[in-house]
Design a binder for this molecule. Structure first.
Ligand code: ADE
Length: 422
């Protein structure tokens, strides 16, 4: 058993349960496991200080073990106050010797104190999910920017923030946008968010999805996944969008598409997945049916206008774990899940390990790539190299026992030519 002195977690006594759960997830993360084995041999991250700010889950624990196997001196803090699995945090500290700063349900001050602890690690590589560490380094900790070689970013919202920083010419080091890898967003955002969001709604409410009018705000990869799975459960799915091409795609995928002002008075269950703020705003909340369930699966808790909900309510109480009932002035009730934070991690366990296997393989290989290529990378947001993406897909398929065809020499020649026609 390893041990560390720096940490802030709920209860170190939870470690044995955390270890069992981390091992369970690891069984479903064969690609990451293979990378860990290679990292243990090659030590590509030897001596590198990494500050990771990620959801503290069993899957993240296996990524931390992989970075550690590669020789990194890694510290982890949570990337959301409500997503931490306390037993995982305990195991990281007690069993794997990884300084961890995260407590499920922590308040704003504790959350930011933990980000500060990550910065105190004086990272040479940052690994964010939502760009919070990079945000602090670029504002309150600017004197540390020169120490950082590169960063990686896990999620759509974080990549948007980093691209804004880049546009303003203020990004101080290169960042690899892991979210942009196909083996990340096509699977994690779509199938991971799709399944875990439905899982969270069902775990917290035990409501029957079949026959409900289920409103999905946003038809990006996450929204598509939620809409697909809700339809699979028998819901009548309504999509709201602001982007015409995505809206058109939703229409042709067979979903009803309408403005939120129209959907608000029809829906039974609402899930926001846009990355934007006030998608379910006060003017929508006023129209909700009695008993409506509202949840957010986007990164930040700004998609539902919570101050407006509180202002409309005459009382509120917790009626089940992760379910808060708001009674409005006219007697209608509205049920808010997971405080409007990302419901799939707040009220369930986040994406299953099988998809996080690919997301976190991208993280590990992007960290290695960034360190190897540090001298040639500029202060920009980079996509994950296509070769990493393809390699992860190749290995994932192999671990699933799926074989695919190869181009013949004749086919390769044909694809590379322009003069063979009808
Ligand atoms: N984001 C979504 N699901 C996750 C998980 N299981 N672990 C870490 N980050 C996640």
């Amino acid at each position: 058993m390893a041990s560390v002195s720096r940490y802030d977690i709920r209860d170190i006594g939870l470690a044995p349960e955390g270890v069992r759960r981390i091992e369970w997830a690891d069984r479903q993360m064969p690609v990451l496991r293979a990378i860990r084995d290679r990292f243990a041999r090659d030590r590509p991250l030897a001596g590198l200080r990494i500050a990771a700010c990620l959801h503290v889950t069993t899957e993240t624990a296996n990524l931390m073990r992989t970075l550690q196997a590669g020789g990194a001196d890694v510290l982890l803090c949570g990337s959301n106050p409500l997503s931490t699995q306390d037993e995982t945090a305990a195991a990281l500290v007690a069993e794997y010797g990884i300084p961890t700063f995260a407590i499920r349900g922590e308040d704003h001050d504790s959350y930011y104190a933990h980000i500060e602890a990550a910065c105190d690690h004086r990272p040479q590589l940052t690994m964010d999910d939502g760009a919070d560490v990079i945000g602090v380094l670029h504002s309150a900790r600017r004197e540390q920017l020169g120490t950082v070689i590169a960063g990686t970013e896990e999620t759509t919202t974080g990549v948007l923030r980093l691209k804004a920083l880049e546009r303003e010419g203020k990004l101080a080091f290169p960042v690899i946008a892991v979210n942009e890898a196909q083996t990340k967003h096509l699977f994690d955002n779509r199938y991971g968010t799709g399944q875990s969001t439905l899982d969270a709604i069902m775990r917290s409410t035990n409501t029957l999805i079949a026959g409900t009018r289920f409103v999905v705000a946003g038809y990006g990869w996450c929204g598509r996944g939620v809409a697909l799975r809700a339809r699979g459960m028998g819901a009548q799915v309504i999509v709201t969008e602001v982007e015409p091409v995505k809206a058109l795609e939703a229409v042709m995928d067979g979903f009803a598409v309408m403005p939120m002002l129209e959907a608000a008075s029809i829906g039974d269950i609402f899930v926001t997945a846009t990355g934007d703020k006030h998608v379910l705003a006060g003017r929508h909340l006023e129209l909700l049916k009695d008993g409506a369930i509202i949840a957010n699966t986007g990164h930040f808790n700004v998609e539902i206008e919570l101050p407006a909900l509180r202002a409309l309510a005459v009382s509120s109480r917790t009626v089940r774990p992760s379910v808060e009932e708001f009674v409005l002035a006219d007697g209608r009730t509205v049920y808010l899940l997971a405080e409007g934070r990302l419901v799939n991690l707040g009220a369930a366990e986040g994406h299953p390990a099988t998809v996080m296997d690919m997301s976190f393989s991208n993280q590990a290989l992007s960290a290695e790539y960034a360190v190897r290529n540090a001298s040639s990378l500029e202060r920009r947001v980079y996509a994950v190299p296509a070769e990493i993406d393809r390699e992860i897909a190749r290995v994932k398929l192999a671990t699933m026992g799926v074989e695919i065809d190869r181009l013949t020499a004749e086919q390769e020649l044909y694809l590379a030519s322009w003069d063979e026609g009808t």
